[in-house]
Design a protein around this ligand. Structure first.
Ligand code: MLT
Length: 262
């Protein structure tokens, strides 16, 4: 039976008009990672970029953030805005949220773009590691997580001293330790979404960064292969953050997908 959750009112940015497109950031970021896509896509589409609960300026309730609960918050936001359906663009954890929406709130989804994400549940070791990281965040704040993420999110072309790395670091250390712990524990509990994707009845785009060290390209490609009619785009010279490493290429990939739906 589907669990029921109390949604929270998300902070969001909204720009443009036309086909609604919701941009969901990964962990532990907020909507600011989508700056280039918000500005470019809002020329032709209604772009909504929320901060997921526990992130950015959205409420930070205590507890475990089930991916369905995060999807429910986004569905409630769309309802509040009078939007029946949107194309959900999910980056990494935002992709897990998009898959949860396909599982439990697919009446809100007209299409799904899965960016630098994958459908498998965590292994036992990964769950243990997430719990350790959650405790570190609760005890010491966000800096340890932000440092370790910084070492893994970019293609080798982005040096630690790059202003881009600094910007991403600043977003990560802005994230509340309670939000970080809630998201880590929620990701650890998420189910496998393979069947959801195999049965997807909306258009799907899969985007992978060629140098992604967090989601291997082969896994992203396998995911695209299992989804009926899915498009696959590989972004060269990008790691886990194509929206900031190669913003124009990612925008182009999204634009092509949105044009095919609109
Ligand atoms: C993310 O970027 O959202 C995370 O790396 C996803 C994860 O830890 O599984």
């Amino acid at each position: 039976m589907a669990k029921t959750f109390q949604s929270v009112e998300l902070h969001y940015e909204k720009q443009g008009s036309g086909l609604p497109v919701v941009l969901l950031h990964g962990f532990p970021f907020d909507h600011r990672i989508w700056r280039a896509q918000i500005d470019a896509l809002s020329r032709d589409y209604l772009v909504i970029a929320p901060d997921l609960r526990g992130h950015g300026q959205s409420p930070v309730p205590a507890g475990i953030y089930d991916m369905s609960q995060l999807a429910g918050d986004v569905a409630a936001l769309l309802d509040e805005l009078g939007i029946d359906q949107a194309v959900w663009v999910g980056h990494s954890m935002g992709g897990y949220v998009t898959m949860a929406a396909l599982r439990e709130a697919d009446d809100h989804v007209t299409g799904a773009a899965l960016v630098a994400t994958q459908p498998l549940a965590d292994t036992h070791d990964k769950r243990v590691q997430r719990e350790e990281s959650a405790k570190v965040a609760e005890q010491n704040g966000p800096t340890n997580i932000a440092h370790s993420m910084l070492g893994a999110i970019f293609s080798p072309k982005v040096e630690g001293s790059d202003p881009l790395a600094q910007r991403m670091y600043e977003i990560m250390v802005d994230t509340s330790p309670t939000g970080i712990a809630g998201a880590l524990r929620g990701m650890a509990e998420r189910p496998d979404s393979t069947d959801v994707l195999k049965n997807a009845s909306v258009p799907v785009l899969v985007v992978a960064g060629e140098d992604d060290q967090i989601v291997e390209v082969d896994l992203a490609r396998e995911m695209a292969d299992m989804i009926p009619g899915a498009r696959f785009e590989l972004i060269p010279d990008a790691g886990h953050m194509p929206m900031v490493e190669q913003p124009e290429q990612l925008t182009q990939a999204l634009r092509g997908f949105l044009e095919s739906i609109d």
